[in-house]
Design a protein around this ligand. Structure first.
Ligand code: SF4
Ligand code: ZN
Length: 294
């Protein structure tokens, strides 16, 4: 993309097209943004605020989850700052207050309880906990949609990771809007930024003077996603445009898979009653692993 005004126009046009073509927003929506304080979610909040001012949808709020990772304290401050700047109602929930443990404490506990070979990266646990808090709190706040800052790079990394793991169901679920029909307790997720590259979001945020934190979570280097990131950067360097092509292939594949996998329906978890693709949801599986429930 070009620099300056042209860049900003093209960027916003691309995001708005994604919102329009996929019906991500409607007039009566009360949207909660999952705001970490990083560039992606800060940009997502900024663009949605502009659209709300134009009455594309009704209400906008933000939720930040304080994971209790000291290195991410700056992100929390930036999240507060952007909400003040944009005059957006901001709710902060601490993992420790909700579950009794911070992410650092959970990770220590998991390492102690699990055998070395079976222990997964902290991100798999963090993702489950964050999703649970986000869905519960957004429901309490009577949100009709949850918007996340997922970008194009995130989407293709996720697709590749699931392809390698053979998890076709998760590929089928990829898209600009995710939700589960017939399960009102699950608030649809929307990804307005999934059509733009991570590096372009950074440029956009800088040009628009959006406050954001550059701090990376110390656990991110342990994630499988990090390997995917490096591989995809290498491919893009050798074959420019590959990332866009990959996203379009993922979308075509996901649409075919959704038709083929109709049978894989959601149900309520046997323990907590939340929506799940398995008998016991990932959250309860984790609580069992941590020996917090039987
Ligand atoms: Fe959580 Fe992993 Fe992200 Fe850190 S990098 S915030 S552990 S998902
Ligand atoms: Zn459960």
């Amino acid at each position: 993309m070009k620099s300056g005004d042209g860049f900003l126009r093209i960027f916003e046009k691309r995001v708005k097209k994604n919102i329009r073509l996929n019906n991500l927003l409607s007039k009566e929506d009360r949207v909660v943004v999952a705001l970490s304080g990083g560039k992606d979610s800060a940009t997502c909040l900024y663009i949605l605020r502009k659209l709300q001012e134009k009455k594309v949808f009704k209400e906008l709020l933000a939720i930040t989850i304080d994971l209790g990772i000291p290195e991410l304290k700056k992100s929390l401050e930036k999240a507060k700052k952007i909400c003040e700047m944009l005059e957006v109602e901001h709710h902060i929930y601490s993992l420790k207050e909700v579950f009794g443990y911070s992410m650092n404490e959970i990770w220590k506990k998991i390492q102690k309880l699990s055998s070395k070979e079976s222990v997964a990266a902290p991100c798999s646990y963090c993702g489950v906990l964050r999703r649970r808090i986000l869905n519960q709190k957004a429901r309490e706040l009577k949100a009709s949609k949850i918007a996340t800052g997922h970008n194009l790079d995130d989407e293709i990394q996720t697709a590749l990771m699931n392809f390698i793991r053979g998890d076709l169901l998760r590929i089928a679920r990829l898209g600009a809007k995710t939700g589960v029909a017939n399960f009102q307790e699950f608030i649809p997720r929307i990804k307005p930024l999934r059509v733009v590259l991570e590096k372009d979001i950074e440029t956009y945020a800088k040009l628009r003077k959006i406050p954001f934190s550059r701090r990376r979570c110390p656990y991110s280097k342990l994630a499988f996603r990090n390997t995917m990131r490096l591989v995809l950067e290498e491919i893009e360097k050798e074959h420019p445009g590959s990332k866009y092509q990959l996203l379009s292939s993922v979308d075509r594949l996901a649409s075919i898979l959704r038709k083929e996998m109709k049978a894989a329906t959601a149900r309520n978890c046997k323990i907590c009653g939340e929506i799940s693709s398995q008998e016991i949801c990932k959250f309860c599986q984790l609580m069992k692993e941590l020996k917090l429930i039987k």
